[in-house]
Design a protein. Structure first.
Length: 342
């Protein structure tokens, strides 16, 4: 009952959020959000990340922040104290903050230098710390969102969020690096492998993939129902657009990419796919769709933006304007204080 009430409240407030943003951005094209991820990597980078926070807080058009996961480096321990420390740092953002988990945050915590944790236990802890109120962002000016945890059968997936902004539908989908969790947990279980996977690891991957597919479908369904000008989907993993679907390293991403492709073709309006993972800022059109009688061609309505990450601690501003034929305009923001800082 509480989840249903929260879901209805979120839907009502989200409509208000979208209307308010349109009143600003519709006239001036000035409504935007900040895109970050893969930071801070190590305590030495925390000061740089504070500079990013200050820079974003001073940006006049930013309404909220999206972090695409990896709140810690792959070599850092996955201890409660570090996760809580990073969450607390995020609360310095004046606007609402939406976070989707990364592989460094839980999947790879089986590593010895991460503490030899059971990854699923770390995922539960990450959810506890980073999503203290289901259906709400964090940050100083938090706002309600739809959460997949309110959808029957997906009660655990509080991290999958959805909200409307300035005529566009936006969602986070829990898709992580390490081949979306298919990489074995060999440092706590040397017998784990691709050919003979641990049952609990495989079950987690399959359940999370089912949740991701359902959430992608829901996002596009909501966009169609609201006649949204565009759709933005944010996830952590670089889904390896550069590899053929038959490559083993893309195995964990194929179904999600296929679903996004199908939905983007049916939607026919601009789609922005945001992710982190490989620490390389770029904007391109990497997704191919089927054409008849055979072969494939670039999907012109799908744009990929990858945020800065790791030691390149900067941010990306994404403007959203329903009156712009492209809907989304991406601009990198370089934090000068971080250019030569060590």
């Amino acid at each position: 009952m509480k989840k249903q009430t929260l879901g209805m409240l979120a839907a009502a407030v989200l409509m208000t959020l979208g209307t308010h943003a349109a009143a600003d951005g519709g006239r001036h094209g000035s409504a935007s959000f900040a895109l970050i991820g893969d930071a801070p990597y190590g305590t030495s980078v925390e000061t740089k990340f504070d500079q990013v926070i200050s820079n974003i807080n001073a940006a006049p058009h930013v309404r909220f922040v999206v972090h695409t996961g990896d709140v810690k480096a792959g070599s850092e321990r996955c201890d409660d104290a570090l996760l809580q420390k990073r969450f607390n740092q995020f609360q310095s953002f004046r606007d609402g903050v939406v976070v989707t988990p990364g592989d460094n945050d839980w999947t790879d915590c089986h590593r010895t230098n991460n503490g030899n944790y059971l990854p699923t236990e770390r995922l539960a802890k990450f959810r506890e710390i980073f999503y203290p109120i289901a259906g709400m962002t964090s940050g100083q000016h938090r706002f309600p969102v739809r959460t997949q945890a309110a959808m029957a059968g997906f009660e655990d997936y509080v991290e999958n969020m959805m909200w409307g902004f300035n005529g566009a539908m936006m969602a986070t989908v829990h898709v992580v690096g390490s081949n979306n969790g298919l990489d074995p947990w060999i440092q706590i279980d040397p017998t784990d492998s691709y050919d003979a996977p641990r049952p609990d690891r495989l079950a987690e991957v399959q359940a999370r993939e089912a949740a991701a597919l359902a959430w992608v479908d829901e996002g596009f369904a909501q966009a169609a129902a609201r006649k949204s000008a565009g759709v933005m989907i944010a996830m952590q993993a670089n889904p390896r657009f550069d590899l053929p679907a038959t490559d083993a390293e893309r195995q964990g991403f194929n179904k999600v990419l296929e679903r996004i492709t199908q939905q983007a073709i049916a939607f026919g309006k601009p789609v922005l796919l945001a992710h982190g993972d490989s620490h390389y800022f770029r904007v391109d059109k990497p997704l191919a769709g089927p054409v008849q009688p055979s072969g494939s061609q670039m999907l012109e309505n799908v744009t990929r933006v990858e945020n800065f990450g790791a030691q390149n601690v900067h941010w990306v501003e994404v403007f959203v304007n329903p009156r712009d034929p492209n809907v989304f305009r991406v601009e990198p923001r370089i934090v000068k204080a971080n250019l030569f800082a060590r």
